[in-house]
Design a protein around this ligand. Structure first.
Ligand code: MRU
Length: 369
């Protein structure tokens, strides 16, 4: 997508041909800065510290992390070590494991002297594939928005989204935002309610930033406003992303997604999830019981960082000293609350049969990725 007229992806190979550059998302929306990743340790830090975040981008970064590791040492031992280092960075988004499994399976049969070049080539492919997948989600998802627009006689379609499932969460285009950008670019009148998404504010800081840069009308709301807006007919459709969706259609996404789905269900508002196929965990069937939920440092809850009127970035404490905090980063929305899954191959019902019809080559089988 364009940033002030210049096309950017969130991650790319530097001009030097080997290091990798990223947009440092911890600095947005107040500063647009890039960072250079020079080894697998840099890649692991970038994922862990959320300089890159969002399920697809985590996977894309891990793929480049393996390439950086192969540049240092292309042995089987180092391949396994870097696999484990990168896998340990964040537990919930399954794209991380998907990308690492893909890279390892691709590289193991290749002789060590050829692995570095092969690893970069495969990482580039994984990154390019992500963009194509997101274009597919946009192509299918825009039909949902078009139908809503036609039902309103061409009137404005109000879409609620949670967290950042935009281009910043992927290599480009985004998942939940891809149909929105598509609709906007085709001239449909769309407006996005952007949940702020405490505690890290990916909605307020990232989704609002990227929608604004692309000229998409939007309004930032507190996380608790969605139910009220739905009761008053102000939301035509919810579209969120996902960090892991079971082969049966249970959706894990940023904490608070479940509450939006409940409110949508109670108010008859369609609730769609944009789902790239690498985010499907075919080994799991019960999302609530089986998906590991990341718990992050409580300081993300007890403190907030922002720009002062004087232009300085400052962090302040908002919780009394001594009060314990808990920081669950994701929750699971059961499939019964999901209207449909927007994938690169079409829109599926949130069910094992629905996903199997779109991805017949995959078999829901415990223990196989
Ligand atoms: O903790 P984050 O910022 O990595 O969480 C991101 C989300 O929950 C997104 O909604 C999800 O990864 C889908 S991104 C296309």
């Amino acid at each position: 997508m364009n940033v002030d007229g210049t096309p950017f992806r969130t991650i790319w190979r530097s001009d030097d041909g080997w290091s990798v550059e990223i947009i440092d998302q911890t600095k947005l929306p107040h500063a647009f800065e890039t960072l250079r990743l020079c080894d697998v340790g840099d890649a692991a830090r970038a994922i862990r510290e959320m300089e890159v975040r969002g399920a697809p981008l985590i996977g894309a970064t891990a793929a480049y992390g393996v390439a950086l590791a192969m540049r240092e040492d292309a042995s089987d031992t180092h391949l396994q070590t870097c696999y484990e280092t990168l896998l340990a960075t964040r537990p919930t988004a399954v794209n991380l494991r998907w990308a690492l499994d893909n890279m390892r399976a691709y590289l193991l049969p290749i002789a060590a002297p050829d692995r570095e070049a092969a690893a970069y080539a495969r990482a580039v492919e994984i990154n390019d594939e992500d963009v194509e997948i997101n274009r597919g989600i946009g192509k299918h998802g825009v039909e949902i928005i078009r139908a809503l627009s036609e039902a309103k006689g061409g009137g404005r379609v109000n879409i609620l989204t949670h967290c950042n499932a935009g281009w910043l969460a992927t290599v480009d285009r985004g998942t939940a935002t891809s149909p929105i950008y598509e609709a906007h670019d085709r001239g449909m009148d769309v407006h996005v309610w952007v949940d702020e998404t405490r505690p890290r504010n990916q909605g307020a800081s990232l989704t609002a930033w990227e929608l604004g840069r692309h000229g998409v009308p939007h309004t930032v709301i507190v996380d608790n406003a969605g139910g009220h807006l739905m009761q008053h007919g102000q939301v035509d459709v919810c579209i969120t992303g996902t960090d892991r969706t079971t082969g049966t259609g249970d959706v894990c996404n940023k904490i608070g997604t479940y509450l939006k789905a409940l409110a949508a269900h109670d108010n008859g508002v369609p609730f769609y999830v944009a789902l790239p196929s690498p985010t499907i965990d075919w080994t799991l069937s019960d999302g609530v019981a089986e998906i590991p939920i990341e718990q992050r440092d409580g300081v993300e809850v007890s403190e907030m960082t922002g720009r002062t009127n004087g232009g300085n970035i400052e962090t302040v404490r908002i919780v009394p000293d001594g009060s314990p905090v808990a920081n669950y980063a994701f929750d699971v929305t059961p499939r019964r609350l999901v209207t449909g899954l927007i994938t690169e191959r079409g829109v599926a019902p949130a069910s094992a049969d629905g996903l199997a019809a779109l991805f017949p080559e995959r078999v829901l089988k415990k223990g196989s990725a």
